[in-house]
Design a protein around this ligand. Structure first.
Ligand code: SF4
Length: 427
């Protein structure tokens, strides 16, 4: 088992890698005020994120920002109202949006007419690039024929389906609906409906998962002709039902780090070279079929118009988040400005560090990335130390993560984020 001396535990989320960067924000600012003073800027790359924090069922491992099982009747209307508020500002109205992402929760808890209404409002009110990537996250059970018809008719062109595992036993343990075969049939149906860019979420190292179980998941994945695969090691959150199930002995504990490493390698061994390449730490794609523009634009410090309860985004140099409670969110949408009262101004240092940590998420650090820094010695020695420990490898352009480095990628990102904060703040 490869376990570098420098890390006691594995970080499994990019949020943990980026957390130190918040120290580089300049302080609070008002979003409406900020938008009033922003000149139109058609050069910025932009995305839209729509948060639908509802799920028809609670997965046992989940601690995400969800509110209740089904959206209230006025939820689409609140988002439409938000869009209308934003487009009253020329900065938003005149900018071109290159990617739209419906995330959650489960966006497909919205009805087919509700989804149609949102997709049509986005297209009629905002400028979307002709080739804009429009992604919907969904679960297998919510992928009904009427919703699929709406996606086809309203230009959804990228799917992220939260299958997690095709093992029926694993699905029961994780609180997912239906058998593994039903999940595979549904994904195949979406592909046969003419959608090219269909990807899955795969969870590995769930309690009791063996290499044989994972091999069966990978058999399905290979046979489904997917465009992409997000693969995540299960994170056991204290508040999650799965944590209680394990503590009370109702199910097996998670496999240890050695087992997690073996499963991680199994995924890469089976899929790399069979059409898939590694796009970022937890994402395999088939080149030419899934470019994942949404995440690229966010890491490049592009704008993200955040809509819906709990959605977080960025407009110009301000990052902000909508209230996650439904009552507070509704109050905000109906307030005099219709916008969050406060956001946080980002600095040039924040942008630099955010982009660089983003590059590491994609597995590289180039000398050119460090050029704007007056003193990059600390970062260079960090990269050299990581190289000596087998986590990075040097080449003509800079450094790339080794496979071990990809496994520990969020720890590495966090080390760089911390070093950058220290460099810019002196502490
Ligand atoms: S569908 Fe996603 S957000 Fe909803 S409970 Fe399951 S893992 Fe959590």
């Amino acid at each position: 088992m490869f376990h570098p001396n420098r890390y006691s535990d594995r970080l499994r989320s990019h949020h943990q890698a980026q957390a130190p960067l918040f120290a580089l924000c300049a302080g609070e600012a008002n979003l409406a005020e900020h938008l009033r003073h922003l000149a139109a800027d058609t050069s910025r790359r932009r995305t839209v994120y729509i948060h639908i924090p509802f799920c028809t069922r609670n997965c046992t491992f989940c601690n995400l920002n969800r509110i209740q099982s089904s959206p209230p009747d006025d939820y689409e209307e609140l988002i439409v109202q938000e869009i209308l508020t934003y487009v009253s500002y020329p900065y938003v109205r005149d900018g071109v949006h290159h990617a739209v992402y419906f995330g959650g929760g489960t966006p497909t808890t919205l009805s087919a007419p509700g989804l149609r209404k949102l997709l049509r409002t986005l297209r009629s009110c905002l400028k979307l690039a002709p080739d804009a990537e429009v992604t919907i996250e969904t679960t297998v059970s919510d992928l009904t024929e009427d919703r699929i018809a709406v996606f086809r008719e309203e230009g959804v062109n990228r799917f992220s389906i939260g299958v997690q595992t095709f093992s029926s036993e694993g699905r029961r343990l994780l609180g997912r609906r239906g058998s593994g075969q039903r999940a595979a049939d549904k994904v195949a149906f979406v592909r046969q409906s003419g959608f090219q860019n269909v990807g899955l979420d795969l969870l590995y190292n769930y309690p009791g998962e063996s290499e044989d179980d994972l091999n069966e998941d990978l058999d399905h994945i290979e046979s489904l002709d997917l465009a992409g695969l997000s693969f995540y090691a299960l994170i056991l959150y204290e508040g999650a039902a799965l944590h209680r199930m394990i503590s009370s002995g109702k199910c097996a504990p998670l496999g240890d780090l050695e087992h997690e490493w073996a499963l991680f390698n199994l995924i890469l061994d089976r899929l790399l070279g069979r059409g898939f390449t590694l796009l970022e730490l937890t994402k395999l794609v088939k080149p030419g079929r899934d470019n994942y523009d949404y995440i690229r634009i966010r890491y490049e410090n592009g704008d993200t118009l955040a809509l819906g309860a709990g959605a977080g985004g960025r407009v110009g140099s301000l990052i902000y988040r909508n209230p996650s409670g439904l009552a507070d969110y509704r109050r905000q949408v109906k307030s005099s400005t219709g916008l969050p009262a406060r956001g946080f101004a980002v600095t040039q240092e924040y942008d630099f560090a955010h982009r660089l940590v983003g590059r590491l998420q994609f597995g590289r650090l180039d000398w050119a990335d460090l050029d704007p820094l007056p003193n990059a010695d600390t970062l260079c020695s960090l990269a050299e130390n990581l190289t000596a420990e087998g986590l990075m490898q040097a080449d003509d352009r800079g450094f790339s993560l080794t496979r071990e480095g990809v496994f520990w990628g969020n720890n590495i990102g966090r080390e760089f984020a911390t070093a950058l904060v220290k460099l810019f703040k002196g502490s």
